[in-house]
Design a protein around this ligand. Structure first.
Ligand SMILES: Cc1ncc(COP(=O)(O)O)c(C=O)c1O
Length: 364
């Protein structure tokens, strides 16, 4: 049998959140609640759904490989030129395109831990060297990350807000970090949860883009727009960088229903506002309930909350929650990430946690 090279053999496969259907099949649980993948619990933008229905009969045609209509609309909204935007099959694909375009085997990419695991997988697949910098107080330690830059560093990944902790890096921190970035290194600022952020201290990454820096800003339609199933995200960078990445991408990487739905969702202010409100309310409710359950949690700027425990209870807790019909995301033996759901879903989570933690004598 053909063998994959060592750098591929050593990749740890990505473990997605457990699908609802799988839990229904395995444990026979009807209507489980999935709070494992940071999806929008409100659902897709209704305007996007309507737009999709209209276009469904065109599926025999290839999509517009340049995403022209969506690109023009986004360019107007963001006040950037169309050739400064690149669309991908989810923002995941843009991460992959950036790595395949700018990183040669043996080059280094700096990333935090824990952060979005896809960065390290893709770097490893490209035979690059991932330089891992632990978070400090659950946030990117930007000073430590900058100190790791060498002349082999091609990419620095910053998830802002960070997944899984939900924490942000501030304007001041990012300003000082950007000053330390030498020519020849690309800063990828992953803003998958941008639309959920409420903190006034949130760094304005577009400022660095306007300064002509080597940065790539990532955003997605998978989160607040509720279109995770369609796979569409985008990157913003100066046109020379976009042109290089365009050479590497598949010609029809974004399907036509995704383009159509994203175009409609972009202007669905009502859906965005509703989603943000439900997230804020859910956040406050969960904070209050977690406090009453003595659960440590990190304040979040995204649509998920990171809980930490002092003992290795997470494996057991995850399985016990599954039996109660609640799917969360374990993050090692002492942490769980939970997506903020609809009020009823949050309540189901809290009730399940109360029951299970009580049975462990978790209360002090
Ligand atoms: C930080 C971060 N970046 C990127 C993504 C990828 O999103 P998508 O490929 O759906 O756009 C996710 C998804 O969970 C994420 O959490």
């Amino acid at each position: 049998m053909i063998q994959s090279p060592e750098h591929i053999k050593n990749i740890k496969p990505y473990a997605p959140g457990k699908p609802i259907e799988e839990l229904e099949r395995e444990l026979g649980i009807a209507h489980p609640v999935k709070l494992a993948s940071n999806e929008n619990p409100v659902g897709p933008s209704p305007l996007a759904v309507r737009a999709l229905r209209k276009r469904i009969s065109d599926l025999n045609r290839y999509p517009d490989g340049s995403c022209h209509c969506l690109g023009s609309a986004l360019s107007g909204k963001l006040q950037v030129r169309s050739d400064e935007i690149l669309f991908g099959n989810g923002s995941n694909e843009i991460i992959e395109l950036a790595v395949r375009t700018f990183l040669s085997p043996g080059d280094e990419a700096i990333m935090a831990h824990p952060s979005f695991v896809v960065y390290s997988t893709i770097v490893q697949a490209a035979k690059g060297k991932g330089i891992i910098v632990p978070l400090k107080d659950l946030r990117h330690d930007l000073d430590a990350m900058a100190s790791k830059i060498t002349n082999r560093t091609k990419i620095v990944f910053i998830a802002n807000p960070n997944n899984p902790t939900g924490a942000i890096n501030t304007k001041t921190e990012m300003d000082s970090f950007m000053k330390k970035i030498p020519e020849g290194a690309l800063v990828v600022i992953d803003e998958a949860y941008f639309e959920y952020v409420v903190s006034p201290d949130y760094a304005d990454s577009m400022k660095y883009f306007r300064q002509g820096r080597d940065i790539l800003i990532l955003r997605t339609f998978s989160k607040i727009y509720g279109l995770a199933g369609l796979r569409i995200g985008y990157g913003i960078a100066k046109k020379e960088l976009i042109a290089e990445m365009n050479k590497v991408r598949q010609p029809f990487n974004v399907n036509s229903p995704a383009q159509e739905a994203a175009l409609a969702a972009l202007d669905d202010e009502k859906h965005i506002e509703k989603s943000r409100k439900i997230n804020e309310r859910g956040k406050k409710y969960l904070y209050k309930e977690f406090r009453s359950l003595n659960i440590n949690y990190a304040p979040t700027e995204a649509n998920f909350i990171y809980m930490t425990f002092e003992d290795d209870i997470v494996n057991q807790l995850y399985n016990d929650l599954l039996k109660q019909g609640v799917i969360v995301r374990p993050m090692g033996p002492r942490a769980i990430r939970v997506t903020i759901g609809l009020p009823g879903e949050n309540k189901k989570l809290v009730e399940a946690l109360r029951k299970i933690l009580n049975s462990y004598n978790f209360f002090i």
